[in-house]
Design a protein around this ligand. Structure first.
Ligand SMILES: [Zn+2]
Length: 266
């Protein structure tokens, strides 16, 4: 009786943070992804003047922003057609890796090789900074491009024969030469070629600056300009380019930032 008077009616509302069915995982660190709900009047988002991917899920629109690996801790500001958006970059401890590469050319390339690499890097950078319309309205669900264990290798600081080089910008999946590599989502093959460090490589554009890369292939089965469907074979695992063994190097780029491919896999 007495208690009844005192205890107010409690309405329990269980609010859970939306678990995305298709959007990548939100992980606000260098090399991570920020999945940002947008207000109704925010229709365009930019990072350093470049457009950021926008999509929707369950009636809510989101900007999906790739955080470059070189981003320092602190705040990153995205501009929009409405109010700017601020993102807090959290610390994240990437591992270190010390590798011994027998072919010294891959550690200290000569001038000719450096020139070749500069040409290739520009070619790839032009692709990464492109922004083509997407054919999807909801974010594509990604599947694994090849069978095998994901080594936790994205973002690793690397030392080749003791000399520090750029952090690892993709995910390595050790697999035997000749194993099938498939497209993890629908897209357009925007480049194929043999590159100095990356070996035989395929780049697939999934729209709105979302681009995947597959390196060290022993065989390429697709051509530039070709539409590829999720699950279709694009090549075979190999050991071409700078490698210490056969594996697939799978890279993902968003708004020209290389991000952790694991964030796309459910
Ligand atoms: Zn790799």
């Amino acid at each position: 009786m007495f208690l009844k008077k005192l205890v107010p009616i409690i309405i329990c509302t269980f609010y859970s943070f939306p678990s995305f069915a298709q959007l990548p995982q939100d992980s606000r660190r260098a090399g991570g992804i920020a999945v940002i709900p947008l207000t109704a009047n925010t229709t365009q988002v930019f990072y350093e003047q470049n457009p950021v991917l926008i999509t929707q899920e369950q009636g809510q629109r989101y900007a999906v922003f790739g955080i470059p690996l070189s981003t320092p801790l602190g705040t990153v500001t995205l501009t929009t057609n409405a109010n700017p958006i601020q993102i807090d970059i959290k610390p994240y401890a990437y591992a270190e890796q010390r590798l011994t590469v027998k072919n010294q050319d891959y550690v200290n390339p000569n001038q000719e090789q450096l020139d070749r690499y500069a040409r290739e890097a520009k070619e790839q950078n032009d692709i990464y900074s492109s922004f083509n319309p997407s054919t999807w309205t909801t974010f594509p669900n990604f599947i694994r491009p090849t069978a095998g264990k994901f080594s936790n290798s994205f973002g690793r600081k690397r030392f080749f024969n003791g000399e520090e080089r750029a952090p690892h910008s993709g995910l390595d999946i050790p697999a035997p030469v000749g194993q099938k590599v498939i497209a993890p989502a629908d897209g357009i093959v925007v480049q194929t070629g043999n590159y100095f460090f990356n070996g035989n490589t395929v780049l697939v554009d999934h729209g709105q600056g979302l681009i995947s890369m597959f390196c060290h292939l022993s065989k390429i089965n697709v051509e530039k300009g070709q539409h590829i469907r999720q699950g279709e074979q694009l090549g075979l695992v190999g050991n071409t380019g700078r490698v210490t063994g056969a594996h697939l190097h799978w890279g993902m780029s968003l708004n020209n930032a290389r991000v952790d491919p694991q964030l796309f896999i459910k």
